[in-house]
Write a new protein. Structure first.
Ligand SMILES: Cc1cc2nc3c(=O)[nH]c(=O)nc-3n(C[C@H](O)[C@H](O)[C@H](O)COP(=O)(O)O)c2cc1C
Length: 197
């Protein structure tokens, strides 16, 4: 049994190969401003998109994490349900990783850790991005949701009137932190734009 308290339990951040790597970067940067430990896993696909979208390598994200794990290491501590965590987010979540998670595959550390979070009934947030959505992906999203995952689609609202893409990225990173009740200043909540009387 783990001896760590929930307060020092890490949030597991899995970065897979969907478009949306800037959301992962914004999330990690926001978490680095908190006391919350971060356990980071980047898949090979995640690194390919990170390079394409952010000109970064997986090793560049290590500065925002307390522990960095190899996605090919299914024997890592966080592959066991006995290791306490505060939850897990897969951001972005590729259709490939979603399919594996929703069907119980655990052939990588990201997918194994996701299965652990589902079986232990700990929060698991998936941030997929794809369009249009195939029927298969829609079914996989439903399966993941029914299994207990929070599907937080990488779809920002346009009423933000964000002046930059970064504003939309920060909103999505903030929504992930909201699920874990982690305070942040990534976006401000909706305020109706009413003319003054
Ligand atoms: C630049 C780039 C963008 C991609 N965008 C997406 C995407 O938005 N959604 C998706 O499901 N896959 C996307 N892919 C494909 C996945 O990266 C690919 O299926 C990969 O095998 C996923 O591996 P992983 O699930 O282990 O990370 C993209 C690939 C590249 C190189």
């Amino acid at each position: 049994m783990s001896t760590s308290s929930p307060d020092d339990a890490p949030l597991v951040v899995g970065v897979s190969g969907a478009s949306g790597a800037p959301i992962a970067v914004a999330l990690l940067q926001a978490l680095a401003k908190t006391e919350i430990p971060v356990a980071l896993i980047v898949s090979d696909g995640g690194e390919a998109v990170l390079r394409a979208e952010c000109d970064l390598y997986a090793r560049d994200l290590a500065q925002y994490a307390d522990q960095v794990y190899d996605d090919g290491d299914p024997a890592a501590r966080i592959a066991s349900g006995s290791t306490r965590t505060r939850g897990m987010v897969v951001v972005p979540c590729s259709g490939n990783t979603l399919a594996k998670i929703s069907h119980g595959f655990a052939d990588t550390l990201i997918t194994r850790a996701a299965q652990v979070h589902l079986k232990e009934r700990r929060p698991l947030v998936l941030v997929p991005r794809e369009t249009p959505l195939s029927t298969l992906m829609l079914r996989n999203l439903t399966l993941a949701s029914e299994a207990g995952a929070v599907v937080l689609f990488a779809a920002p609202p346009y009423y933000l009137k964000a002046e930059s893409v970064q504003g939309l990225v920060d909103y999505l990173a903030g929504k992930v932190l909201d699920v874990f009740s982690i305070p942040h200043q990534l976006y401000r909540g909706w305020k109706a734009d009413r003319p003054s009387a």
